[in-house]
Design a protein around this ligand. Structure first.
Ligand SMILES: *[C@@H]1O[C@H](CO)[C@@H](O)[C@H](O)[C@H]1NC(C)=O
Ligand SMILES: *[C@@H]1O[C@H](CO)[C@@H](O)[C@H](O)[C@H]1NC(C)=O
Ligand SMILES: *[C@@H]1O[C@H](CO)[C@@H](O)[C@H](O)[C@H]1NC(C)=O
Ligand SMILES: *[C@@H]1O[C@H](CO)[C@@H](O)[C@H](O)[C@H]1NC(C)=O
Ligand SMILES: *[C@@H]1O[C@H](CO)[C@@H](O)[C@H](O)[C@H]1NC(C)=O
Ligand SMILES: [Cu+2]
Length: 204
């Protein structure tokens, strides 16, 4: 009985804590890239986009149309910065709701998409829908289109101030830096773990 309690607790711990993946939008030296440009994320994980110079954006696309907004896709708006020492204070946080669905994205500034400033969350494991193929077709796109939706659609524009990273339940988190930019996410998961723990108690 004690063993099964521990086992249940361990199983909960592994599923209850969402991970945050940080993606650099551009670089300190102004390269037109996402780093990394391919992200593997589980359901409930967050992807935090950090903006570097020059004046980039993130928009979701369909695989077949690399430099055009996907209907009801996410959109960060433009986040300009000239500071090469630190990323812009404003980040865009996207939560992965379906880890089986590939999320293709691009930067809609100038010709950045055509220059290869594209990426993917959870690319297909097999088949022809690869990031290389997506990048390939982005080069041939005739235009680079920004969504007409409001900046922050489909995600969360967050300020990376010191107050936004404190006050969370960091003392109960085991991994480092997971609360960054996802404090409310973590709080929700802790609440879920507590509720699920109660449920486990009644099962035993
Ligand atoms: C950033 O780019 C957008 C779109 O091209 C433009 O509207 C905006 O004025 C630019 N901001 C700055 C500070 O350059
Ligand atoms: C970010 O915010 C901090 C404190 O809120 C401020 O000191 C810093 O200048 C800001 N950085 C940028 C690039 O705006
Ligand atoms: C998740 O995405 C896959 C692949 O696009 C899709 O087949 C499935 O129906 C989606 N699941 C949900 C719950 O939306
Ligand atoms: C990219 O395009 C080139 C020529 O247009 C083609 O030879 C190559 O196979 C393509 N690569 C992918 C991964 O689609
Ligand atoms: C937020 O700011 C802190 C301190 O300046 C920095 O260490 C951290 O990497 C930043 N996080 C994001 C997501 O920008
Ligand atoms: Cu860009």
């Amino acid at each position: 009985m004690h063993f099964s309690t521990i086992f249940a607790a361990a199983a909960l711990a592994s599923t209850a804590f969402a991970e945050n993946h940080v993606v650099a939008v551009g670089t300190k030296t102004g390269e037109l890239v996402f780093q990394p440009d391919s992200i593997k994320a589980a359901q409930g994980d967050t992807v935090t986009f950090r903006f570097w110079p020059k004046n980039h954006s993130i928009a979701q696309a369909a695989f077949a149309k690399p430099c055009e907004p996907l209907e009801r896709g996410f959109w960060s708006g433009f986040v300009p910065t000239t500071n090469a020492q630190a990323a812009a204070n404003q980040t865009f946080v996207y939560e992965v709701k379906n880890a089986s669905a590939p999320i293709w994205f691009y930067c809609s500034q100038g010709q950045h998409c055509q220059a290869g400033m594209v990426g993917v969350i959870n690319p297909p494991q097999s088949g022809e829908r690869t990031l290389a193929a997506f990048k390939n077709s982005s080069k041939a796109a005739t235009s680079n289109v920004s969504p007409s939706s409001t900046a922050g659609t489909g995600g969360k524009l967050a300020e990376n101030s010191s107050s936004s990273t404190s006050g969370g339940p960091s003392s109960s988190a085991s991994g480092p830096a997971r609360s960054t930019g996802a404090a409310s996410q973590l709080t929700g998961n802790v609440a879920f773990a507590g509720f699920a723990g109660l449920f486990t108690y009644f099962l035993l």
